[in-house]
Design a protein around this ligand. Structure first.
Ligand code: MN3
Length: 207
């Protein structure tokens, strides 16, 4: 994502739209990428048309620099660049995992900190349920080298923190409503079957 700049383009999903069936439906994935993410990208480009001084900025740079921008575009930049950044990250950490827990160094730290995967899963679920309204729940590596759960509201990101994101779950209603209606818990439960643990391990180890 770092080298991308204006005009931003919606990257293709790294898998087919139906790859997460039955846990996340094809229709949900299509609407999510082609509707919601596309709109964030279109709206971000629209704001940047009149600001050539920001057209070489990456999504990360736009988000981190937004506080120094003119006040009338600040919230729009944060919302739309954050929306693009958060969705690309969320989509990148989806892959059917056949309900196999993670392996490798991330799994070792989960076991050391949480005792067992089920305990970790319960706490992650609670974090995702705790988002009031729209937002995301994140598993991160914090600045002390420990795993932690974070939540962000709306299209807020963790870029201004020292946390290193490992995986995220989008808990905006649009991420699940077509399939799960108001039952966020059922969506979260099923999302554990589509966490891309290989990508999580890469994000964890910084490779
Ligand atoms: Mn979303």
């Amino acid at each position: 994502m770092l080298n991308e700049h204006y005009p931003f383009v919606n990257p293709p999903l790294p898998y087919a739209y139906d790859s997460m069936e039955p846990f996340i439906s094809r229709k949900t994935m299509e609407l999510h990428r082609n509707g919601y993410l596309q709109t964030y990208i279109n709206d971000l480009n629209q704001v940047l048309v009149d600001y050539p001084e920001y057209q070489e900025f990456s999504l990360e740079q736009l988000i981190c620099y937004a506080d120094n921008m003119p006040t009338h575009i600040r919230s729009s930049i944060l919302h739309n660049a954050g929306g693009a950044y958060n969705h690309i990250f969320y989509f990148s950490t989806l892959k059917k995992n056949d309900n196999r827990p993670p392996s490798g160094s991330l799994a070792d730290l989960i076991e050391w900190q949480f005792g067992c995967f089920e305990n970790f899963r319960d706490l992650f679920t609670a974090a995702a349920l705790s988002v009031f309204g729209s937002g995301y729940a994140w598993l991160v590596l914090d600045s002390d080298g420990k795993l932690a759960f974070r939540t962000t509201d709306n299209q807020g990101t963790l870029l201004s923190s020292k946390d290193q994101p490992i995986v995220s779950i989008d808990v905006w209603e649009h991420a699940y409503y077509l399939q799960y209606y108001n039952m966020r818990k059922n969506y979260i439960d099923d999302w554990f079957s589509v966490i891309n643990w290989e990508q999580a391990e890469k994000n964890f180890s910084g490779t």
